[in-house]
Design a protein around this ligand. Structure first.
Ligand SMILES: Nc1nc2c(ncn2[C@@H]2O[C@H](COP(=O)(O)OP(=O)(O)OP(=O)(O)O)[C@@H](O)[C@H]2O)c(=O)[nH]1
Ligand SMILES: [Mg+2]
Length: 307
């Protein structure tokens, strides 16, 4: 399967819920009346588009209905698909991947997120794709909270064929971040990707730790990390949004890595993240394999859903 087919097959359940749901709500209705609109609303909300984003889409659909006098099923469907498209198009231009940060060396990526969302796995996949591009990649295992965390990243570093800076369990995560960036500067790496813990004793601990890692990187790099990526698990639905709001309070986020889109029906969360969080989705995870991280492309995403 090529990348698009992998994406398409990963989005099957979301498509079923969202697109087939919409089609069902609309098709065969002689007139688009209040009841049909309510059904559409229900489909959007149950497909994790979120209340606010759904209201925007519905308001637009109502306006279009009035304007067109075209109370037929194809125009209402088109109106909704157009709105979905517009939401995703809004992130074009805000994306940091597309800005010229590639001139910086080493590029420093800090990867954060609650436990189990897919940080370490995504780092492995990212490292592999940079390596494939011929880049010299270093990983920093700053999740020193769990014994298995370092080992897991170590396995990924071997799979991807990249170097890694490890620390002992319980070591100060900031010290690992420091050493990784220091080594990258000294040994001419193109990119450093730093893994962090998803859970510490308390949420405050976690946020303080992440702020500290940020400060320490800035000290050695003379600038903030080039990208701080928040990893969100799409299967968490609404809760992913809640997590993002929490992190946003303490840390400046540059992008989202949205994982586990394969096999969930909650892929509609993409629209809500883009619309309400105002942080671009940079990558999506569509499987557990080393190749299963894709750059997020709004057009591709919509095509995969609609076709
Ligand atoms: N199906 C699927 N599984 C994924 C994806 N990304 C990650 N996973 C799985 O999610 C689980 C957790 O991933 P990790 O990378 O360990 O998550 P983490 O955020 O590093 O977790 P902690 O280190 O505990 O904070 C693993 O079993 C991964 O294989 C994805 O895109 N699709
Ligand atoms: Mg991890």
């Amino acid at each position: 399967m090529n990348k698009f087919e992998i994406l398409k097959s990963g989005l099957q359940k979301t498509k079923k819920k969202l697109i087939d749901g919409l089609t069902e709500a609309i098709t065969g209705k002689a007139v688009i009346d209040k009841e049909v609109i309510e059904n559409i609303e229900e489909v959007l909300i149950s497909a994790d588009i979120g209340y606010d984003t759904t209201e925007k889409i519905i308001t637009k659909a109502r306006e279009n209905l009035k304007k067109n006098n075209g109370r037929d099923e194809s125009s209402i469907k088109q109106s909704i698909f157009n709105e979905l498209k517009k939401i995703l198009e809004n992130i074009n231009g805000t994306s940091v991947t597309k800005n010229n940060i590639n001139e910086k060396k080493p590029l420093v990526y800090l990867i954060i997120g609650v436990n189990g969302v897919g940080k370490t796995t995504s780092i492995g996949k990212l490292a592999y794709s940079f390596k494939q591009e011929g880049k010299k990649v270093l990983l920093g295992a700053a999740d020193t909270f769990r014994a298995a965390a370092g080992e897991q990243l170590d396995i990924w570093s071997k799979r991807a064929g990249v170097d890694i800076i490890q620390g002992k369990i319980g070591a100060d995560p900031s010290s690992i971040a420091y050493k990784a960036v220091e080594k990258a500067l000294k040994d001419d790496y193109d990119i450093v990707i730093i893994d962090t813990a998803g859970r510490l004793h308390t949420k405050n601990n976690l946020m303080n730790e992440l702020s500290k890692i940020n400060r320490v990187i800035e000290k050695v790099l003379f600038r903030a990390p080039d990208k701080t990526f928040l990893v969100l698990d799409s299967t968490n639905g609404q809760n992913a949004l809640v997590q993002a709001e929490e992190f946003k309070k303490t840390i400046e986020l540059n992008g989202i890595i949205l994982t586990k889109l394969d096999g969930t029906s909650k892929g509609g969360i993409v629209f809500q993240i883009v619309d309400s969080l105002k942080v671009p989705i940079e990558y999506i995870g569509v499987g557990e394999g080393i190749d299963d991280l894709q750059e997020f492309d709004p057009d591709n995403f919509l095509n995969a859903l609609l076709n």
